[in-house]
Ligand binder design. Structure first.
Ligand SMILES: CCCCC/C=C\C/C=C\C/C=C\C/C=C\CCCC(=O)SCCNC(=O)CCNC(=O)[C@H](O)C(C)(C)COP(=O)(O)OP(=O)(O)OC[C@H]1O[C@@H](n2cnc3c(N)ncnc32)[C@H](O)[C@@H]1OP(=O)(O)O
Length: 201
């Protein structure tokens, strides 16, 4: 058992899909290409409207199992003077990759995220992100994402590979702080999101 992780689960697992990986399948009820996906949780630091300094990332469904997203770097997101913090950029990639859940109609959490920081991203710049699911193996969902600056065909500033792990709704209800879980379950909009994933809270 690793002291750093508390578990050996998945540690050292490659980000490259195994040979028996299946092609991702777009769920028949997935939002149509071009549809704005909206926040999965109002208090999410990546996409929630309720987080003052959050990224307010807006993701749209693409073709197949792909999404596009935009995020404009604000002064609250700095790591060095006038530049976005790397952790914030990793979050933008993570959130975009997580939005693939909407197209698969599966609830999954990030297990592993490997990020390349290719170019500095200044405050005021808009990061144009694109994520695609590259395969599914059991509960493991593989993905890749890039973020470009200066437009959706601009130079790559960041990129990432990820493995998300499918979980049940209980992952949140059992592990989350009770007061937020209670509030989420009492919020009809949140219940609607959970229903979209065909789970019954
Ligand atoms: C009321 C609340 C409502 C909530 C909302 C409802 C619906 C909305 C849901 C989704 C919304 C849509 C979009 C979401 C957008 C963005 C999301 C942001 C994503 C995040 O920001 S999320 C936070 C960070 N994230 C975590 O907080 C995870 C902490 N962690 C754990 O909770 C466990 O660690 C877990 C569950 C990951 C695994 O635990 P486990 O016991 O279930 O899994 P187990 O060990 O059985 O492994 C099964 C197979 O996965 C492989 N595997 C396991 N771990 C791996 C790893 N790390 N890397 C590579 N592979 C790994 C194994 O190797 C094995 O593979 P194999 O099958 O081949 O053996």
């Amino acid at each position: 058992m690793s002291a750093a992780t508390g578990s050996d689960s998945g540690v050292g697992a490659a980000l490259t899909p195994p040979p028996d990986v299946a092609s991702p399948v777009r769920h028949p009820d997935a939002p149509a290409p071009g549809t704005l996906l909206g926040a999965h949780y109002d208090q999410c630091f990546g996409c929630g409207e309720g987080q003052l300094h959050g990224l307010h990332l807006e993701a749209r469904a693409g073709e197949g199992v792909t999404v596009t997203a935009e995020f404009t770097v604000r002064p609250a997101h700095q790591g060095a003077p006038g530049l976005a913090h790397g952790g914030v950029l990793a979050l933008a990639l993570d959130e975009t990759l997580g939005s693939l859940n909407w197209l698969l109609r599966v609830i999954a959490v990030t297990g592993r995220l490997e990020t390349d920081f290719v170019r500095p991203v200044p405050v005021g710049a808009t990061l144009h992100l694109e994520a695609r699911c590259t395969g599914v193996a059991g509960r493991k969902i593989y993905g890749s994402a890039v973020g470009r600056i200066g437009g959706s065909d601009g130079p790559v500033a960041v990129r990432a590979d990820s493995v998300f792990i499918e979980v049940k709704l209980e992952h949140f209800t059992k592990n989350g702080r009770p007061q937020e879980i209670k509030a989420a379950l009492a919020d009809p909009d949140q219940v609607k999101v959970a229903r979209a994933f065909e789970v019954n809270p």
